[in-house]
Design a protein around this ligand. Sequence first.
Ligand code: NDP
Ligand code: MG
Length: 401
Amino acid sequence: MIQSVCILGSTGSIGQSTLDVIARNPEKMQVYALSAFSRIKLLAQQAAQSRAKVVVVPDETALKSFKSAWNSPQPMPEIRLGTEGLKQTAADAAVTTVMAAIVGAACLEPALAAAQAGKRILLANKESLVAAGGLFMQAVRDHGAQLMPIDSEHNAMYQCLPLEAQCSAPTAPYPTIQRLLLTASGGPFRQTDAAALHYVTPAQACNHPNWSMGRKISVDSATMLNKGLEVIEAHWLFAMPAEKIQVVVHPQSIVHSMVEYLDGSILAQLGQPDMRTPIAYGLGYPERIPSGLGLMDLMQLGRLDFSEPDFHRFPCLKLAFDALKSSQAACVALNAANEIAVEYFLNEQIRYTDIAILIAHSIEQIEKNTHDLSHLDAVLDLDEQARQIAKQYANTLRAAH
Ligand code: NDP
Ligand code: MG
């Protein structure tokens, strides 16, 4: 059966790579739906090229922009709006596979809708697992959805799992796994002096040495909060306690992560730092399909290095470990406050070093009360509260500079 794919966030870095892989494998898959938030012209081009049947845009203004940008002789796709449109499309009967590649917690509701509709979900977005991993994994189990991690590290671990442990949403760690080894490049500031971090610019933070990604995840990689989010992501995907997830700094980004078994064997997945590999793995599973990558020259590479992360220079990583050990509310606050902090940093309203301060403050405020997060509405409410706290504090910091 040909897969019918919905790409949530098609105009982003992951979205564009997904379109590239689909175009290389037309006999196995086709695009059904695409979504964008601000790059509406690009969405119109993508929809014309991929012959999408449906597009989702945020509001009426974007709908008008889409109509005026449409200049293809083909029939215009059906246009749906907002979060409701995203949810409806993720659960659409015509869709077999959903690529969840919207950035931030905005992906949570549509990804959950895909899980509730029992789809094959290719999950690139990590923020939804951080905010509501328990609810999301339960929905995957309850509705028989098939969950494939696309984040390169988790995709690597998934590839290193025994077959019977794949395609499941486990409630306990696979019994013979001792540890997950989560590799981290260390980002652009791996060797930057702690004092100099105070003055780094958004352009420097977005200049990742190995990966080309969207701006938010690039800043997350620079603070290593991204690795913290990935620890929480691994916790939910593989039902693994924080103590059994070790972050290993590996500057070459060739070993994408490893699984260490009871007998001392460590299985690793290696590859070039290009997201088309995990995307092709998810789209092709259980087969291997072309991704557009050439051969990797290990001789040219010469060596692979591994070292410990520096929690002092990367306090965001420590905050994430602490949040995971502390409470789900702390994880919601960690993610929400970070989204606000990154936005302010990218707009040059706060400093790079303020990001960790803002997150710590928001978690502290949120943890003053206890929260029942067993329902989605409660998670969304708390997420909003944490955003407000972060914004207020960001404005105070901004005024102080
Ligand atoms: P980008 O910023 O490049 O793209 C984000 C996408 O989400 C765009 O299509 C954007 O639309 C859309 N979008 C943004 N805000 C909203 C919103 N509020 N509602 C609906 N849609 C929205 O991000 P990436 O592709 O880099 O990352 C996407 C996700 O994948 C993130 O969660 C990231 O952590 C994860 N990921 C990314 C990797 C990478 O290599 N890039 C690697 C591993 C994980 P528009 O562009 O039209 O505004
Ligand atoms: Mg990653």
